[in-house]
Design a protein around this ligand. Structure first.
Ligand code: SF4
Length: 353
């Protein structure tokens, strides 16, 4: 991935602290041509939020934001992890068309990196110390409290810009009761294999069939590369799971054939060692009218797959979000899990919806 940031927005208070300033300067030095623009807050920078959606990719690739994460809380989750850790970045260098982060942040969702990474890691360390050892296994992990550190970003992509991801992996390696985890669509074997995670980081590759990913997973690594990478990362001491998501319904039943084909590729590619530690999560697409309208301005082709008004209904608990019809999804999820079990019987499903 190559980036040519033209503007780097820097939250002014970064200059008040030696460590924050040093971390920010390290990032800025990677992009010597960028104009530095000081801002009061990293949040809702008007020229980014109100940027023309038609210029989505350009806005994303040209703008970077450096901020301070305040409110270091770790929220109970129970799905991807026991806790969603206070984020160390948000926004993303990729442009998945269904991304919920873009829905929340507005504009083209350019990357914001939080430079108070030491503070963020320390707050996770204190949090897990307060919890003490995990006494009962759950679907998140049998032994450790898991913290999702990439809920609002793709950490592997962030690693092209900053060293927050490596810092956190090293920190988890020395935490008594915690394990870090994040989902990614970016292959960075060289970066991860240079770090000794001590088995305390779980990388979750998000996968969907390539025939649909090429239209909606914009700016991400090819699916085959993600699958191949599992063997390398497992050999390097990482735990690697799959996130089969989002499951997108299109062309009658044709979408199911594509999943079967991808699972065959996984089965043919993974080593026994990688298969033995494999688990997955699986969930269907959510969408929204607002995101659809924005997407139509920069990648209408992807919406041919995502926008499915005959099948999409308001989510009961959040009516602005669209989900597949509840009965339809229940039926299709059961079928999906049956197919998955037939193709990858060694891959338990941690959770699905
Ligand atoms: S990789 Fe994740 S955070 Fe980045 S655009 Fe895709 S869904 Fe959003």
């Amino acid at each position: 991935m190559k980036f040519n940031f033209k503007q780097i927005y820097v939250q002014r208070s970064i200059y008040d602290d030696f460590l924050w300033r040093t971390n920010a300067e390290n990032i800025i030095s990677r992009f010597p041509g960028a104009e530095i623009i000081e801002v009061e807050s990293h949040w809702k920078i008007p020229e980014l939020v109100d940027a023309d959606a038609g210029d989505w990719m350009r806005n994303k690739r040209e703008n970077l934001v450096l901020g301070i994460k305040s409110g270091l809380t770790h929220t109970k989750n129970g799905r991807s992890a026991d806790f969603i850790a206070a984020s160390n970045s948000n926004g993303c260098l990729s442009s998945c068309q269904y991304c919920y982060v873009a829905r929340r942040k507005g504009g083209s969702n350019p990357l914001t990196v939080f430079v108070n990474i030491e503070e963020i890691a320390y707050s996770i360390r204190k949090h897990q110390q307060k919890l003490g050892a995990k006494l009962e296994p759950n679907q998140c992990d049998a032994k450790f409290w898991t913290y999702d550190i990439g809920c609002n970003a793709d950490l592997a992509a962030d690693s092209f810009v900053c060293d927050n991801p490596a810092f956190l992996v090293r920190e988890f390696a020395t935490m008594e009761y915690a394990k870090g985890t994040f989902a990614t669509k970016t292959v960075r074997d060289d970066y991860w294999t240079a770090i000794d995670s001590k088995g305390k980081t779980r990388i979750r590759y998000s996968l969907m069939p390539q025939e649909i990913a090429r239209y909606v997973d914009i700016g991400t690594s090819p699916i085959s590369d993600r699958i191949k990478s599992v063997n390398t990362l497992v050999d390097a001491g990482y735990e690697v799971h799959f996130s089969f998501a989002p499951i997108i319904v299109y062309d009658g039943d044709l979408w199911k054939n594509a999943w079967r084909e991808m699972w065959r590729e996984i089965n043919d590619t993974l080593t026994d060692k990688a298969k033995a530690q494999l688990k997955c999560e699986a969930f269907f697409l959510t969408h929204s009218q607002n995101l659809h309208d924005v997407n139509m301005q920069w990648n209408a082709k992807g919406e041919e797959f995502l926008w499915n008004p005959q099948l999409q209904v308001p989510k009961k608990t959040a009516p602005d979000t669209l989900v597949y019809d509840y009965d339809f999804r229940r039926r299709e999820l059961a079928d999906f899990l049956k197919m998955l079990d037939k193709h990858l019987p060694y891959c338990p499903v941690r959770y699905s919806f």
